[in-house]
Ligand binder design. Structure first.
Ligand code: PLP
Length: 395
């Protein structure tokens, strides 16, 4: 079987990488180790790179439309990988999932109305609320051992408030790494249907599932959930294609789909799509399952190395169970270092870039999110630096 190369890295400094440019605002140096922003420090699958070259040789790069080939690839992927049968008419492409949940907030809520989040959570979800003058309905997740759980009493109470109109569900959940079980999703779905709360299910991490866990598409559980939801998927996390700006927004309910699209057209004037993104998505979904399998194995290897090292060297740091995503959530509070100081030490002294927990909400203060999608040697190097730097502060 073909073995993919996950060790050769392509330099991303100075070539328009958002992640690297952001890190270099703090520090410029050859020895930066990037464990921040959720994109992979891995070469793209050769099937995508070669496929795009062939496509370029045979294309004119004029205005694009989502092709049937792209839509059928999405449909087939959802059937094969997620056991969800969709109609290609339900798919609306978007430049990103963030665009989609911003649009949904504007289309389905009014200023002053409530949007529920299960926090700590992916920070642009807060932006969708605050920047549009909506009200955050904060359903705080609860730590139980090495995983987070949903406080359903609080969830139901908040969903029953008539001012709560929409839930942005992060599934799998970033940053906690939870893959919600079918039972949990069913409870969420019933409460939302009973209380007329529309669900925007952000499933961008749905393909990055660790051994022993199963992702369930929220809308696939019950026809009532399908009719009360917008499902956001993309090849951007799974195959590291965020720069191609193509996400698949799947909306079974015709009325919701039309209202959603009306809002896109109002905001954007003339929504466009990226011709290479559509083709990249098709190539990924049709040709890259083996690449994905090997990438998942790499993430699991990296996770195990980090978890074992931390358990041995720093038992005061809690590493949460990684059920899905390639983002490991770690609680550093046991070290007794204040959250901002911890961030400073890691960046400035260790030259290590994680995502600080506090960006995901105040409960994240003192936590760090570690992006594991990188060559394994980065993980070893990162752990050694972490050890050296923390030990200076702990003595
Ligand atoms: C939960 C979640 N939603 C959305 C995004 C970003 O989506 P996009 O780049 O498609 O806007 C991310 C990126 O990390 C994410 O973790």
């Amino acid at each position: 079987m073909k073995q993919y190369d996950f060790e050769t890295v392509i330099k991303r400094r100075g070539v328009g990488s958002g992640k690297w440019d952001e890190m270099e605002k703090y520090r410029v140096g050859e020895d930066i180790i990037p464990f921040s922003v959720a994109d992979m420090e891995l070469k793209n699958a050769p099937e995508i790179v070669e496929g795009l070259k062939t496509f370029l040789d045979n294309s004119v790069l004029g205005y694009a439309q989502p092709t049937e080939a792209y839509k059928n690839a999405v449909k087939s992927w959802m059937r094969r990988r997620h056991n969800w049968e969709i109609d290609t008419n339900w798919i609306k492409d978007a430049p990103g999932v963030i665009n989609a949940f911003f649009t949904a907030v504007k289309a389905f809520t009014k200023e002053g109305e409530g949007v529920m989040l299960m926090t700590p959570v992916y920070y642009p979800m807060y932006f969708a609320i605050y920047r549009n003058n909506r009200v955050l309905v904060d359903n705080r997740l609860v730590i139980n051992g090495d995983r987070y759980e949903i406080d359903f009493d609080d969830f139901e109470k908040k969903a029953k408030d008539p001012n709560t109109k929409l839930l942005i569900l992060c599934s799998p959940h970033n940053p906690t790494g939870r893959v919600w079980t079918k039972e949990e999703l069913t409870r969420i779905g019933r409460i939302c249907v009973d209380n007329n709360v529309l669900v925007v299910s952000d499933e961008i991490h749905n393909d990055i599932i660790m051994p022993g866990y199963t992702h369930t598409v929220f809308a696939s559980i019950d026809e009532k959930f399908a009719q009360n939801s917008i499902t956001c998927t993309a090849p951007s996390k799974t195959f590291n294609l965020a720069g191609l700006q193509t996400s698949n927004i799947i909306i079974p309910n015709e009325r919701i789909r039309e209202r959603y699209w009306q809002e896109v057209c109002t905001t954007e004037g003339n929504p466009k799509c990226n011709i290479l993104g559509l083709e990249g998505c098709r190539l990924a979904y049709e040709h890259c399952e083996e690449w994905l399998a090997q990438t998942l194995a790499l993430i699991e290897t990296n996770r195990r190395i980090v978890a074992d090292f931390i358990a041995e060297e720093f038992p005061q740091i809690k590493v949460f169970r990684l059920e899905g995503t390639y983002l490991l959530w770690m609680d550093f509070r046991g070290l007794g270092i204040e959250a901002k100081e911890l961030a400073r030490i890691l960046k400035e002294e260790a030259n290590l870039f994680f995502d600080e927990g506090f960006i995901f909400g105040e409960q994240g203060a003192g936590f760090e999110r570690w992006n594991l999608a990188c060559p394994t040697r980065y993980i070893y190097e990162g752990l050694e630096r972490l050890k050296g730097t923390l030990n200076k502060h702990l003595k």
